[in-house]
Design a protein around this ligand. Structure first.
Ligand SMILES: Cc1cc2nc3c(=O)[nH]c(=O)nc-3n(C[C@H](O)[C@H](O)[C@H](O)COP(=O)(O)OP(=O)(O)OC[C@H]3O[C@@H](n4cnc5c(N)ncnc54)[C@H](O)[C@@H]3O)c2cc1C
Length: 300
């Protein structure tokens, strides 16, 4: 690790000031939140910026609210705040649970959800889960404000659709309906996860039929991937869907552009997708109330 090269920290009072500073300084500057990725990359001299624009003090960027049938999360909210939030725990327990398993407590205490998504490191848990929750992100600059689906935001390894003077300000997640059931499963050996797999199934009353499915896999590929073909295989009577899980896992793996890296080879990652798709599916089905039987677990 190298000693950090000198840099200047700017502390804008609001979003407009932050955006203007980023535009004026161009390639010389980067937004800076918890610093868990950025400062590490600068210590290793992989990145260098003479100017960092600290966005942590910008009002309303650190918030968790329920508005307009959405859970809205400000970009500088930390993983730890999300893990502990009563609002997240009650409205989206799958998210609180996923957040409680991100990294270690030191990283969770300073690392933000906005930093996680904006860095677009391929081993991101939130990016994978947010994909099946049909989430969107709000991007703002002095000149513009736009909201786009998460799938159009993270577009490659370390690549997003952020413009030079834009900040990710909010993440908007539609509240789950009672018939929507979710699971997030994860496998990790080293510092970052080897695989994350998120599943959402729509199972109306009685549990006799899965009417819609969303599945995304992450960490095994440059960025999280959904597969409409795999999702189609997960619709139908649960007993029939169970017989198609291996086929769905293969389709998901085929479309995911699996990467052969330090976490493992392509065949290994394909077999993990099989195991963890089944695990996520079993978790959801175990929580669904069979007709006439007492409720076993909650939704989400
Ligand atoms: C040891 C270790 C283990 C980890 N394990 C996991 C894991 O298990 N699962 C997982 O998902 N992640 C993991 N991570 C990643 C971790 O979640 C991120 O490091 C953290 O969330 C990044 O947030 P930050 O606020 O520190 O970002 P910073 O380091 O401050 O910024 C990262 C990048 O995002 C940009 N940026 C930050 N905020 C914004 C914004 N609002 N708008 C626009 N651009 C912005 C910065 O310019 C920079 O390029 C791990 C990281 C470490 C160091």
């Amino acid at each position: 690790m190298m000693p950090l090269r000198p840099f200047e920290i700017h502390q804008p009072a609001d979003l407009a000031q932050a955006s203007d500073t980023l535009r004026e300084l161009g390639d010389e500057a980067s937004a800076y939140a918890g610093g868990t990725e950025l400062l590490l990359a600068m210590k290793f001299d992989v990145l260098h910026y003479p100017h960092l624009v600290d966005i942590k003090k910008i009002p309303r960027l650190n918030s968790i609210e329920v508005t307009d049938d959405h859970l809205e999360i400000g970009a500088t909210t930390t993983h730890y705040q999300l893990e502990r939030s009563e609002l997240v725990r009650s409205h989206l327990p799958v998210m609180a649970e996923m957040e409680s398993r991100v990294a270690n407590v030191r990283v969770r205490a300073s690392g933000t959800i906005g930093g996680n998504l904006s860095f677009a490191e391929p081993h991101s848990d939130p990016a994978t889960l947010l994909n099946v929750l049909d989430s969107s992100v709000v991007l703002q600059s002095t000149r513009d404000k736009r909201e786009i689906p998460i799938g159009e935001f993270v577009i490659g390894a370390y690549e997003t659709s952020l413009k030079e003077d834009e900040l990710l300000t909010r993440i908007r997640i539609p509240l789950l309906q009672p018939h929507q059931r979710t699971a997030y499963t994860k496998f990790q050996v080293h510092e970052r996860p080897t695989l994350g797999l998120a599943l959402l199934l729509e199972i109306p009353d009685g549990g006799s039929e899965i009417t819609s499915a969303r599945v995304a896999v992450g960490c095994v590929s440059p960025f999280p991937q959904r597969s409409s073909e795999a999702e189609a295989l997960l619709i139908g009577e649960p007993s029939a869907v169970e017989g198609k899980l291996d086929q769905a896992a293969d389709v998901l793996a085929d479309q995911a552009e699996l990467v052969d890296d330090a976490e493992g080879g392509i065949d290994y990652k394909r077999s993990l997708i099989h195991t963890f798709l089944r695990r996520a599916y079993d978790q959801i089905i175990a929580r669904v109330k069979p007709r006439g039987a007492p409720q076993i677990g909650g939704s989400g």
